[in-house]
Design a protein around this ligand. Structure first.
Ligand code: DX5
Ligand code: ZN
Length: 220
């Protein structure tokens, strides 16, 4: 499966956001990870539609929107209009998840389902066929720069096993606490879409991205 880097702009410097995103694009990152927070599902508030529209006009990268929002179905149509390519909603935030995934698909974009650290991967079982991507959170969602929770490795492995048993090759995205030092571990466990915020945007962005891309390209 293709190994994909999705730099999270939550850790970017917003006064020069466009320049910083271009650095990740030039260095080969395929996605932009766009974290939407509503101050309700998670304690913080990040950014939304107007910022997404601006970014859409800047880059050809795939925009991977992570909705940390209660009942995200209210907003997904607007996010698609503003340029989202993938919309990932939280299992814990949707009261009608099956209907919500169908609705996202009806808008012509890919649909992902995310689980918090305390949610077991077995909760995803009824949706394995339906969704395009599964996002395993490796920190409690809400902030960048947190420490990777080691229990995530086992969850990624179990989820990859559940997909394989059913003959399905689907994307498993991992988010939170991923650095150059532990990215191989999550790849070994079965993840193939790697979100990295602080590990890309703190320091030399182009160099940080290139180092991730080399690891992903050379991964057996
Ligand atoms: C956290 C967000 C992440 C965050 C990751 O709730 O979903 O995407 O930006 O940041 P790092 O890679 O610094 O843990
Ligand atoms: Zn995220």
């Amino acid at each position: 499966m293709e190994k994909i880097l999705a730099p999270s702009i939550l850790s970017a410097d917003f006064k020069i956001l466009g320049e910083q995103i271009s650095e990740t694009e030039k260095a080969g990152a395929q996605y932009i990870h766009f974290d939407v927070m509503d101050g309700l599902f998670v304690p913080s508030i990040s950014f939304g539609m107007p910022v997404l529209s601006s970014i859409r006009s800047l880059t050809g990268q795939t925009i991977d929107v992570h909705m940390m929002v209660s009942e995200p179905v209210r907003l997904v149509e607007n996010f698609v209009k503003c340029g989202a390519d993938i919309l990932t909603v939280h299992y814990e935030a949707c009261s009608e998840l099956k209907e919500d995934i169908d609705f996202i698909h009806s808008l012509g974009v890919k649909a992902g389902i995310s689980i918090k650290p305390e949610t077991p991967v077995e909760a995803l079982e009824p949706y394995l066929e339906q969704a395009d991507m599964f996002l395993v959170m490796c920190v409690v969602p809400g902030f960048g720069g947190q420490t990777f929770l080691p229990g995530s490795i086992e969850k990624i492995g179990r989820l990859r096993g559940m997909l394989r048993e059913r003959g399905m090759e689907k994307d498993i995205e991992v988010d939170g606490g991923i650095h150059h030092s532990n990215v191989r571990e999550v790849l070994d466990a079965g993840a193939n879409v790697i979100v990295a915020g602080s590990a890309v945007y703190r320091g030399d962005i182009r160099d940080n991205t290139q180092r991730f891309m080399e690891i992903l390209k050379n991964y057996g």
